[in-house]
Design a protein around this ligand. Structure first.
Ligand SMILES: *Cc1c(COP(=O)(O)O)cnc(C)c1O
Length: 458
């Protein structure tokens, strides 16, 4: 049998989606000032804007929602949640938060002082922002291969260990209150980090006495990549790979909206009881009491179940193959796809797809809009509309290193025929690629402009 992959679940509840015509989509896009963030979800047929919080929950998770204990303090649901985190990640202490960025905020505001630096393979935008608001300095050391969309290597999300060491020596340990590593490396095309690299990163941090935290949002996908790409782990159960990955760290921050397969939630986990005490104060002020941290008991219950389902090997096998299949379908449609495909998303080089549009005219946004018009598929630009900034010395704009278009895949939501349909839409839109026009900003707010920008065709 040559079936590319098969869903290890069947469908019990369905959600109707609206089918739209090209004319209707044209109108929706004009009303949205050519920015897909402004298009109502209802007018989108396949929504690949993000994999965050867009997961489909299982029957067991919904059953857990009914079991949710809403006691203010010491709810049964909290203890089930705590036990799942302890069993799966191996950290003794855990504090729930309403989502990942709150976990980061709590951790950083307890440990990081103004002017200090926090290294990472690549900070996600929320960890970066949480450090910047404290007046701290987020620094990134992804290996150089991570910036190359064409070489097919197994662990392009790795930390550049030499650069990390040099940096620590240059700024001094007293200026580095903690070190991080993001698995998988979301901002570097969802590429995984190898077990050797996790261990060596930990060794470097620990040799300088620096506490080491994982940004563990996609820990299960990362563990699966270690299993299928590192021959040493081919026969190791994912559950043991996860425990080994975490064994090197002092704790983690987590957005449960990713690999815990829920729609909302997060947590901070750690081994040090004193640190827990320190963060607990902060948590009560900002998120809520220690046993609910901004979540309902039912949410904690869904996370507890979802953490177990997220490391199920049949699920992970399907998840990786599903994402890879979308990559293949897009290659066949003629799009330049970032290789290899990541865990949660497929990235397309929009600059290469539309070489007649310069970075100053946002080729990946133009491609996203064309794809929406062609088939009602919503994707997101990770390029110069998001990252362009002014170089104050040269007085010239600096564009993003790559004009990427991200196809993020919600977990357990879309079937293979949805993916084939995305391929058809991409093919349609590439047939007349040279007619796609560049864009300019008509209006935009000064920060995080991509969310609200109003655009027009050049
Ligand atoms: C999503 C994400 C976060 C932030 O989590 P939220 O739940 O969206 O606040 C942090 N780090 C990484 C790598 C992420 O993907």
């Amino acid at each position: 049998m040559t079936i590319p992959f098969i869903e290890p679940f069947r469908i019990k509840v369905v959600e109707k989606v609206k089918m739209t015509t090209k004319e209707e989509r044209q109108m929706a896009l004009v009303k949205a000032h050519l920015n897909l963030f402004n298009v109502p979800g209802e007018d989108v047929y396949i929504d690949l804007l993000t994999d965050s919080g867009t997961n489909a929950m299982s029957d067991e998770q919904w059953a857990g929602m009914m079991r949710g204990d809403e006691s203010y303090a010491g709810a049964k649901s909290f203890y089930r949640f705590e036990k799942a985190v302890q069993e799966i990640l191996g950290f003794e202490y855990v504090l729930p938060t309403h989502q990942g960025r709150a976990a980061e905020g709590m951790l950083f505001s307890s440990l990081v002082k103004k002017g200090q630096s926090v290294p990472n393979n690549r900070h996600f935008d929320t960890t970066q922002a949480n450090l910047l608001v404290l007046g701290a300095n987020p620094v990134d050391f992804t290996v150089p291969e991570g910036e190359d969309s064409t070489i097919d290597l197994p662990f392009k999300g790795n930390m550049d260990l030499e650069k990390l060491k040099e940096f620590i020596q240059a700024v001094g340990v007293e200026n580095i209150p903690l070190g991080m590593l993001t698995i998988t490396n979301n901002s570097a095309a969802g590429q995984p980090v190898s077990m050797d690299n996790i261990r060596q990163t930990a060794e470097i941090y620990h040799s300088y006495g620096i506490p080491f935290f994982l940004d563990a949002c996609r820990f299960a996908e990362n563990a699966w990549f270690i299993k299928i790409r590192d021959p040493k782990y081919a026969n190791t159960p994912v559950k043991d790979i996860v425990l080994e990955m975490c064994s090197y760290a002092d704790g983690c921050t987590m957005s449960a909206k990713k690999d815990a397969l829920v729609n909302i939630g997060g947590f901070i986990a750690f081994r040090d009881p004193e640190l827990k005490q320190k963060i607990a104060q902060n948590l009560i002020v900002h998120e809520g009491f220690l046993t609910y941290g901004g979540l309902a008991g039912r949410d904690l219950e869904a996370i507890a179940v979802g953490l177990h389902e997220g490391i199920d090997e049949d699920y992970l096998n399907y998840r990786e193959a599903h994402t890879r299949y979308l990559g293949k379908v897009l290659v066949e449609a003629g799009l330049p796809v970032y290789m290899p495909t990541g865990g949660h998303a497929v990235y397309v080089d929009g600059g290469k797809a539309l070489p007649h549009i310069p970075p100053s005219q946002f080729p990946a946004v133009a491609l996203a809009n064309a794809l929406y018009l062609a088939g009602g598929v919503r994707t997101v630009e990770i390029g110069s509309l998001m990252f362009e900034h002014l170089d104050p010395q040269a007085g010239k704009p600096v564009y993003a290193p790559l004009e990427l278009l991200r196809f993020a895949i919600p977990r357990r939501v879309y079937t293979r025929s949805h993916l084939d349909y995305i391929g058809e839409s991409a093919f349609e839109c590439m047939k007349e690629a040279e007619l796609i026009r560049g864009l300019r900003v008509k209006w935009a707010p000064p920060v995080l402009r991509h969310f609200m920008a109003q655009l027009e065709e050049v």
